[in-house]
Design a protein around this ligand. Structure first.
Ligand code: SF4
Length: 235
């Protein structure tokens, strides 16, 4: 596994961005997240060592743009170079998440065709409004590997009709002292929608405030993922 953050910074865009961890971390350091900057990691995937070998070994998964959004308009001038590097490293698999899926078709390279085999796109949704808006677009896009990321999930959502060519649905709650609660019934409902459509499902993290059987629990940030794992409901 490798990380590649060609630029940093982002603008809050929808309800799911309310407690964005990038904004929170930057705020603590006095950094303006709305200032979008190219990083010194821009060429990470194609960097080589003294033996002229790629530093990122073949076969790895590369998490792309996890401190921003790959489809951010501010980065339009830089993205073409990223696609070229992704193409050059066809021996790696790149995953990125976006809340801006409506920009996707204007952001792909000329030779995208039905999609690059080595790219997974995760469309993020947080509520039914965003599910209907983003997934109705996402379901029609030429992408070889599609994930739906329901994180932070802030209400019950019905997405079964959008899951035809989706490989994985990920569900998670919000992490913050003031986080909106995650109801376990919503998680189970999404799991059932995945079972109905034979789509892989992963319960990735509880919310700081987690409702189960009508009772609200407050969960420490360090235990959000381990508690979700304990539920043992992945499909
Ligand atoms: S789109 Fe993602 S990175 Fe950007 S502000 Fe929203 S949560 Fe943060």
């Amino acid at each position: 596994m490798a990380m590649w953050n060609p630029w940093r910074g982002c603008h809050k865009y929808s309800e799911g961005c309310k407690f964005c961890y990038i904004h929170k971390g930057d705020h603590k350091r006095g950094v303006d997240t709305n200032n979008i900057l190219k990083t010194d990691k821009f060429t990470t995937p194609i960097e080589k060592n003294k033996k002229d070998e790629y530093k990122i070994k073949s076969g790895q998964v590369v998490y792309l743009c996890f401190s921003s959004d790959l489809l951010l308009a501010d980065a339009d001038a830089w993205r073409t170079d990223c696609w070229q590097m992704i193409k050059e490293r066809f021996d790696l698999h790149f995953i990125f998440l976006t809340k801006r899926i409506e920009r996707f078709i204007d952001c792909i390279p000329d030779d995208w065709g039905t999609g690059y085999e080595n790219v997974t796109v995760g469309c993020t949704i947080e509520n039914q409004n965003m599910a209907d808006f983003r997934l109705s677009i996402f379901s029609k896009l030429p992408i070889k590997h599609k994930n739906v990321i329901c994180q932070p999930l802030i209400e019950q959502v019905s997405i079964e009709k959008y899951l035809d060519d989706v490989e994985l649905v990920v569900v998670g709650g919000e992490s913050d002292f003031n986080a909106r609660p995650l109801n376990y019934d919503w998680v189970l409902s999404l799991r059932q929608q995945c079972i109905n459509t034979d789509t892989h499902f992963e319960f990735r993290q509880c919310g700081t405030h987690f409702i189960k059987d009508g009772k609200t629990y407050t969960i420490n940030v360090r235990q959000l993922c381990s508690q979700a794992k304990k539920a043992d409901i992945n499909y």
